[in-house]
Design a protein around this ligand. Structure first.
Ligand code: F6R
Length: 612
């Protein structure tokens, strides 16, 4: 979704903004633009397509030290130079960049046109520039003009604006859940952005705006208030940055690098929540949720995409370890039904970014029903962590590839430990059992490293799958979410149509598709209801369908049966989803590379989805 950045300081703004926009590229975008103070005017340059187009159009950049930049992911109005942000007021003295949807933009535009404003784009965003202009003409300064404008906007928005009338100032607003606004405090310079990736290269000292807050940002710092005028004390925090995870290093793509970071990310996640000696669980960020886990009678896990697949694995852990009913649901469906929740229900939201709008809206429903909430999140200070009663952080580091990889496996590991923590709170986990679980977890990073060593084998498989038009992924039990995830990865990055199915469901329809040109990937590891999977594989082969099996090392029977196999080392049954997903991630990556696809920025996709 749209990326936002603003800079106010002492250095030329354009190079800083361009670099920040590149740091935001992973969010997905179709056009990019910059506005910078240039003497007595605001110089705007914007271009459809990649940031390279914007750079080419910029020519000799103005030397101004205050400016804003934007990557756009179209909602209202097709991708074009004209619809790219920033958008300006009639007199060109106010410019604005935006993430979200102004739901009442048509009514506002009619009203503003009737008052003499002229519009230049098809976007909803432009109404904001004209509203700011009108409020300033009525005597408000930019900060107050944004607060007043914010009160008129329906829907969720993140906004940054600047005006020629207040040359050293930027203003920003967060309204609802259209992505975050983070302010970074440097030495004589301040940066404001939609996410940390654009801020951390400049400073690690940050503060987040909450829903309904606006900020005034200057080189000296920032102040904030609510849209209705109550002062807000910005809570500053220091965010650690690992400069290595921010760069591609030896890898051609972030996705491949992040796949290879999994052994370390998994280990970091495990040992930030547990110790082996003595065997113990530590959940430092559970807050008030910690004491209420014993009273929980039911768990609902919510998430979207890859995070939903992790939640589906977590559901199975909670039922098995804690012995209470657990369901996993798509957050966007959950919020629009009438979920039955009460204060004995624990809602666990899983979100890498912590800013996915569907998840945040579902959390609002859960809050209203009085449910206890814990979020499993990879982003310090993100919105889900502020809404939930407690947080379990995954330690995957920054994930830039649009296709999520290390955030899936670390979320599964975090959910495993959280399930143990709930079991412990409910008196269902002995010290000995905990020690055994932790021992199994301790083996996992090495097992994942071993799978990564099969890269050449996977690459060969990828060459034969790359010509397919459709691929079916099958799994049972814990391997069912893995099949879903394998299919999602493949379709996201290679644009091959893929479906993940519960293997038992296969005979109830999908089997009609099977023919020699329709390959199947079957997850049939040691514990994934292997004998049932063997029957499924035979049924497919009887209809001429080629099968690639993901099997446990040394499984001679399945190796002989399948047309090809990718192997994973033997791990505990509960951890097979983590081991088995790795070859599927590599497979999707290699198929995509073979087909010449843009792996890190697949078409139409956004890293953080902030519109419904
Ligand atoms: C898939 C992918 C998406 C995200 C989904 C949820 O590779 O990245 O499906 O998993 O958009 O995002 P978060 O986890 O940030 O809530």
């Amino acid at each position: 979704m749209c990326g936002i950045v603003g800079y106010a300081g002492g250095r030329p703004a354009v190079p800083i903004l361009l670099r920040a926009l590149k740091d935001l590229e992973y969010r997905g975008y179709d056009s990019a633009g910059i506005a910078v103070l240039d003497g007595d005017r605001l110089a705007i340059t914007k271009k459809q397509g990649k940031i390279a187009n914007l750079e080419a159009a910029l020519g000799p950049a103005p030397a101004g030290t205050v400016g804003i930049g934007h990557t756009r992911w179209a909602t209202h109005g097709r991708p074009s130079d004209r619809n790219a942000h920033p958008h300006s007021s009639c007199d060109g003295r106010v410019v604005v960049i935006h993430n979200g949807i102004v739901e009442n933009y048509a009514a506002l535009r009619d009203e503003l046109q009737a008052r003499g404003h002229t519009f230049h784009s098809e976007t909803d965003t432009e109404t904001v520039a004209h509203l700011l202009e009108a409020e300033m003409a009525a005597g408000a300064d930019l900060f107050e003009a944004l607060a007043r404008t914010a009160r008129r906007l329906e829907g969720s928005q993140a906004l940054v604006a600047m005006s020629l009338d207040e040359p050293g100032t930027l203003v920003a607003a967060r309204l609802g859940n259209a992505g975050g606004i983070v302010i970074g405090f440097g030495d004589g310079e301040t940066v404001v952005a939609s996410d940390l990736a654009a801020v951390l290269p400049l400073t690690q000292e940050v503060a987040f705006l909450a829903d309904g807050q606006v900020a005034r940002v200057t080189p000296a710092g920032a102040e904030a208030k609510t849209v209705t005028g109550e002062p807000v004390a910005l809570q500053r925090k220091r965010i650690p940055i690992d400069p290595v995870t921010a760069l591609k290093g030896q890898y051609p793509h972030f996705m491949l690098k992040e796949i290879h970071e999994q052994p370390e990310a998994i280990a970091d996640t495990i040992w930030s929540l547990a110790t082996l000696d003595p065997p113990a669980l530590y959940f430092d960020d559970l807050g008030p949720a910690a004491d209420r886990l014993a009273d929980i009678e039911r768990v609902v896990l919510i998430g979207m995409g890859t995070s939903l697949h992790a939640a589906m694995v977590g559901q199975r852990y909670i039922e098995a370890f804690a012995g209470i009913p657990a369901d996993a649901d798509n957050a966007s469906e959950f919020r629009y039904r009438d979920p039955v929740l009460d204060d004995r229900t624990l809602v666990i939201s899983v979100s890498q970014s912590g800013e996915t709008v569907d998840v945040l809206e579902a959390m609002a429903v859960a809050r209203q029903a009085g449910a206890l909430q814990v979020t499993v999140c990879n982003t310090a200070g993100a919105q889900t962590t502020r809404v939930a009663d407690g947080t379990v952080y995954t330690r995957a580091g920054l994930e830039r590839g649009v296709a999520s990889t290390k955030c899936f496996t670390t979320a599964v590991v975090a959910l495993y430990l959280l399930a143990l923590r709930i079991a412990q709170a409910k008196g269902r986990l002995s010290d000995r059992e905990l020690a055994l679980h932790l021992h199994d977890l301790a083996q996992l990073p090495r097992a994942v490293s071993e799978v990564l060593r099969q890269r050449d084998l996977v690459r060969k498989r990828a060459v034969s799958l790359a010509a397919a038009q459709h691929v079916l992924f099958l799994g049972r039990g814990l391997a069912f979410p893995v099949a879903m995830e394998g299919a999602l990865k493949l379709k996201e990055v290679s644009y091959i149509h893929a479906e993940g199915y519960a293997a038992g469901e296969m005979k109830h329809g999908p089997i009609a598709l099977i023919e020699p040109s329709f390959p199947t990937v079957a997850i049939a590891t040691r514990h994934a209801l292997r004998t049932k999977m063997i029957s499924n594989i035979e049924q497919i082969q009887a209809r001429g369908g080629p099968v690639t099996g993901v099997v446990t090392e040394g499984d001679a029977e399945l190796t002989a049966l399948c047309d090809a196999v990718l192997t994973v080392p033997a791990v505990s049954s509960w951890l097979e989803p983590v081991a088995a997903v790795i070859p599927l991630q590599l497979l999707a990556y290699d198929v995509a590379v073979h087909r010449g696809c843009d792996v890190d920025q697949p078409r139409n996709l956004a890293k953080t989805v902030t519109v419904e």
